[in-house]
Design a binder for this molecule. Structure first.
Ligand code: SDX
Length: 424
């Protein structure tokens, strides 16, 4: 552990607290002993709070660094594929060629859904938001595998990981097909993970669907860039749900729910809605003024980040992919892309954004790629959830395979002190 101490003076008390160092990144002060001293720390939004120890992902917000098990995201985006990144996040090391082949084969064997799961889709209105459907269907998986959810059994955790990685694209694509009133497409074992997702999204039983390899590669890159991101809001939700011993499907469903918010994973959908609302480059200045106006709730969606106070390394890769996809599809003059590029240029020059270090984040360009591929904005966060499932599961697995306690934050109480019920 450590012999390093921080000293905290509270009133006439001087409290010594242990200090720990990680491999890289800020030291932490262990404040667990404060409760015995009759005080709590106060950190709404967890701006300065490390809620756990983890070895999965490291972010340096000032340097724009994102590492998965030590490997930079740029290198993984360039050289790896999503399933290999899943293996890395889950197991801690890149797979050997043989293990990688075996892992790809294993995932293929779990891509189908239990046929009765179709009934869950039919219970929704056709115009239901696909995130509502995904949240419900993923939670319902716990009703189909209830005999294999012993969180203390590594083998059962492994099979659950394989099922979730494999079934999320099928669930996501079926959410889309259901909204269109088109027949569900079954997964195919002769396609890669990304190709399979595209064929389940855009294929029909009437003819063979051949995924465009450029678009499939772009999808796989989007999956990699969204796979994990340290203790973000949805991952912290999954950890907190898991700390009570809840089953993994219920925990992943809680992560989907948290991701849905526009301040988090819902931002990619909100970016496209914002670009459409701006509509023309002539209107940009009006919206920039709104974004700066404290009395106006409007924010420039796709900009800013709690941790990145420099560029988001994922946004840079995403911007390159956006250009590849749009030129492949002959859309490089897409008016929304032009508005996005103008917004980015203004945000990088305007004092309000520069001073607050509000750079484009991962959501700023991803929506343009997905829209160009023909995916409706309502499906953007569904794709984010599908990609992030491996991050959620890896953090859940890291927690439940070690020592953990139920998460139970305290509070600063500002309500009424004790008072008697009025007599009479
Ligand atoms: C994701 O945590 C993760 O890692 C998340 C994520 C992941 O992979 O899991 O990276 C994915 O969620 C990316 C973020 C997507 N969200 C958006 O694009 C929505 C727009 N961004 C903002 O809502 C905001 O920037 C947050 C939510 C991302 C960050 O919020 P913070 O850290 O609480 O920052 P803040 O709200 O305190 O803002 C600091 C200042 C404020 O101004 P002042 O009070 O200091 O004067 O910056 C301003 C804010 O008003 N500000 C913005 C702004 N974001 C912050 N002003 C205009 N437009 C914005 N987008």
């Amino acid at each position: 552990m450590t012999d390093r101490k921080a000293t905290l003076s509270v009133g006439d008390k001087s409290i010594e607290l242990p200090v720990y160092s990680g491999t890289v990144g800020p030291d932490v002060i262990d404040v667990r002993g404060l409760v015995q001293q009759g005080v709590f720390t106060y950190d709404p939004g967890f701006v300065s709070t490390a809620a756990c120890e983890s070895a999965i992902t490291y972010i340096d917000g000032d340097k724009g660094v994102l590492l998965h098990r030590g490997y930079p995201i740029e290198q993984l985006a360039d050289h790896s594929d999503y399933l290999e990144v899943c293996y890395l996040l889950l197991k801690g090391e890149l797979p050997t060629a043989a293990d990688n082949k075996q892992f790809h084969e294993t995932i293929k064997k779990h891509t189908m859904l239990h046929d009765q799961m179709r009934n869950f889709f039919n219970g929704f209105r056709r115009d239901a938001h696909p995130m509502a459907i995904m949240c419900g269907v993923v939670g319902a998986l716990s009703a189909f595998y209830h005999d294999q959810m012993d969180v203390t059994d590594p083998k059962q955790r492994d099979i659950t990981a394989h099922r979730l990685i494999a079934k999320m694209p099928t669930i996501a694509a079926w959410c889309y097909k259901y909204s269109k009133g088109e027949p569900f497409m079954y997964p195919r074992n002769d396609m890669s993970y990304a190709e399979n997702f595209l064929q389940m999204m855009f294929g029909t039983p009437c003819e063979d669907y051949k995924p465009n390899p450029i678009l499939a590669k772009a999808m796989d890159k989007i999956f990699i860039l969204h796979a994990d991101h340290e203790q973000n809001a949805s991952t912290s939700t999954v950890r907190l749900a898991g700390s009570s011993g809840a089953n993994p499907y219920a925990c992943i469903a809680s992560g989907i729910a948290a991701l849905w918010g526009p301040a988090h994973g819902g931002a990619n959908e909100a970016v496209l809605d914002m670009l459409a609302e701006i509509g023309d480059e002539a209107n940009i200045d009006t919206f920039i003024a709104k974004a700066k106006d404290k009395d106006d709730p409007f924010r420039l969606m796709g900009f800013g980040h709690r941790v990145y106070k420099n560029f988001d390394p994922r946004a840079k890769v995403m911007a390159e992919t956006a250009h590849e996809v749009l030129s492949e599809l002959g859309l490089e003059n897409d008016p929304l892309l032009r508005i996005a590029q103008r917004l980015e240029q203004i945000a990088l020059e305007d004092e309000y954004f520069v001073q607050r270090k509000l750079y484009p984040n991962v959501d700023f360009y991803s929506g343009l790629i997905l829209k160009a591929i023909g995916i409706p904005t309502s499906m953007f966060t569904v794709i984010f959830a599908m990609s992030r499932t491996i991050g959620w599961f890896s953090h859940w697995n890291e927690m439940v395979s070690g020592d953990y306690r139920i998460g139970r934050p305290r509070q600063l109480y500002t309500g009424f002190p004790a008072r008697d019920y009025p007599k009479g």
